[in-house]
Design a protein around this ligand. Structure first.
Ligand SMILES: Cc1cc2nc3c(=O)[nH]c(=O)nc-3n(C[C@H](O)[C@H](O)[C@H](O)COP(=O)(O)O)c2cc1C
Length: 180
């Protein structure tokens, strides 16, 4: 039972969040998790996955060009109904609190709906962490831009990583329930 976690990260930030999602999905017994960039992914690789989680950085409030290019290659999969019934989830990063991270999630869900996928909300225990860092649409992180090119890369905070792990696990569990 394969779960694909695919990122359209341009500078590495979204890749870190995607890695946490993949780590969470790996906690589900019997599930094989593949984590990679969309530009290293051929559309046919999606055919035998039971769950697909894809994510992107926000570029002016929309998914990155890398992600958009990948989505534009999925026409044949739509035409053949290849993704219908698969379980889906999304993730996104941006650098500012109101910089469009929710919009990016919604924009990443729309193609999943066109493909007939079953989208999993990012739900869990209602605690202080989720109240501040949770996002019903998917796993997200707001990561400030580095102050210079030499500065070390900023990362999602511990709460964002933890919620992302829980989301990866939830999507994988849901996919396993629906497909076993
Ligand atoms: C051209 C460009 C446009 C961006 N637009 C936004 C934006 O609208 N809102 C925001 O909060 N961050 C914006 N960002 C910041 C990125 O979304 C943020 O740094 C993200 O974490 C980068 O992820 P990545 O390293 O995985 O590509 C933009 C960055 C670039 C380069």
């Amino acid at each position: 039972m394969k779960i694909l976690v695919l990122h359209g990260s341009m500078f590495g930030h979204t890749e870190l969040l995607g890695n946490a999602i993949a780590e969470g999905a790996k906690l589900v017994e019997g599930v094989e998790v593949i984590f990679k960039s969309v530009d290293e992914t051929e559309p046919d690789e999606l055919r035998d996955a039971i769950g697909i989680i894809w994510g992107s950085s926000g570029i002016f409030g929309e998914p990155s060009p890398k992600m958009a290019t990948f989505l534009s290659k999925l026409g044949q999969l739509w035409f053949t109904g290849a993704l219908q019934g698969k379980v889906g989830g999304v993730f996104a990063t941006a650098s500012t609190q109101h910089g469009g991270v929710e919009n990016v999630c919604k924009a990443l869900q729309t193609p999943m709906q066109h493909h007939g996928m079953v989208i999993v909300s990012n739900t869990g225990p209602i605690n202080a962490d989720r109240a501040q860092y949770g996002n019903p649409y998917g796993a997200t992180a707001v990561i400030p831009v580095e102050t210079s090119k030499e500065a070390p890369m900023n990362k999602p905070n511990d709460s964002e990583i933890q919620i992302a792990k829980e989301y990866g696990k939830l999507v994988a569990e849901t996919a396993k329930k629906l497909h076993s």
